[in-house]
Design a protein around this ligand. Structure first.
Ligand code: C2E
Ligand code: MG
Ligand code: MG
Ligand code: MG
Length: 288
């Protein structure tokens, strides 16, 4: 189609792509030095137990403070780092740092980290992760890896073997952004996950869209049947929390409880009022 629009339009389109590509190339080059220059940091967001009203664990989310461009979202630089392979080094830094900060600032709380496909398939991933945990003296049982569905679809058998090996060593596995990917429900049975995280897009529309509620409900019921821990991502309102409380949801995470924050600033306990609301729910609906 572009060609039929004539030479100028096509050239203009290409120029646009070039600018974008140029920025991506610059960012990728800058990423090569980001770790050694201490430009990366971690933000932690609590995962809260529906029954207890207490913090169950923290998700570590990477941040990049670029010397000229300021804070860059992981949604922008992670895909660039994945394409060039720099994600392996960044991912190692995230794992080491998350363990270290949990032990020094969060009382050794359980943590989860996001791992991309490139990392999972890197040489000796399983041994590498275990060595980092051992060196940090962080127990594998308190360490969870979050993966998205797309990672499982490419090269399914290899991914399955790696996940089984991680699982054998005591590391927990979570399926992130559930409902947005391509995998079939049979993946849930084949892969050794402990946790499903229902994507924020469903939680966002819980109160005003019946199909989002139906999908969230189906995932929660399935999770319960498969004995998986169900986490709702992106909980922002009491209304969403109320809807989830009467259903098979185990944990909640989102701005309602806390933004992702540096370990020194993130709450170590949930605000009294919210925690009370959760315990009330627990008493009423989760007796089974
Ligand atoms: P994710 O793992 O699904 O993380 C949840 C994202 O939703 C985070 O964005 C978080 O800040 C945001 N969020 C949490 N609660 C709420 C809420 O109530 N409302 C709204 N609107 N947003 C909420 P963030 O930190 O920008 O990260 C985006 C994605 O980047 C992550 O999605 C994850 O896929 C990826 N990512 C982050 N850190 C890493 C990392 O260390 N390694 C890899 N491979 N990927 C990472
Ligand atoms: Mg995640
Ligand atoms: Mg997610
Ligand atoms: Mg997400």
């Amino acid at each position: 189609h572009a060609k039929r629009n004539g030479r100028n339009t096509f050239a203009g389109f290409e120029a646009g792509m070039d600018t974008d590509l140029k920025t991506r190339r610059e960012l990728d080059a800058d990423l090569a030095r980001a770790v050694e220059r201490n430009e990366l940091s971690l933000a932690f967001q609590p995962r809260v137990g529906m029954r207890s009203g207490g913090i169950v664990s923290y998700e570590a989310l990477v941040r990049w403070n670029h010397p000229e461009r300021g804070m860059i979202r992981p949604g922008l630089f992670i895909p660039i780092a994945e394409q060039s392979g720099k994600i392996d080094e960044i991912g190692n830094w995230v794992i080491r740092e998350a363990c270290r900060q949990s032990l020094s600032k969060l009382g050794g709380a359980a943590i989860s980290v996001n791992v991309s496909g490139h990392q999972l398939r890197s040489r000796n991933f399983v041994e590498n992760v275990l060595a980092m945990l051992e060196e940090a003296e962080f127990p594998p049982e308190r360490f969870e890896i979050e993966l998205t569905e797309s990672i499982l679809v490419e090269d399914r058998d290899r991914a399955l073997a790696i996940l089984k090996a991680l699982k054998r060593r005591g590391i927990r596995l979570a399926l992130d952004d559930f409902g947005t990917g391509y995998s079939s429900l049979s993946y849930l049975r084949a892969f050794p996950f402990d946790t499903i995280k229902i994507d924020r897009s469903f939680i966002m529309n819980l109160a005003n869209d019946n199909s989002s509620l139906a999908i969230a409900d189906a995932v929660m019921n399935l999770g319960r049947a498969l004995k998986l821990t169900i986490v709702a991502e992106g909980v922002e309102t009491i209304e969403q929390l109320t809807i989830l409380s009467s259903r098979n949801c185990d944990e909640v995470q989102g701005f309602l409880f806390s933004q992702p924050l540096p370990a020194g600033d993130v709450p170590q306990a949930i605000d009294g009022q919210l925690s009370e609301i959760l315990r009330d729910f627990g008493g009423n609906s989760r007796s089974a």
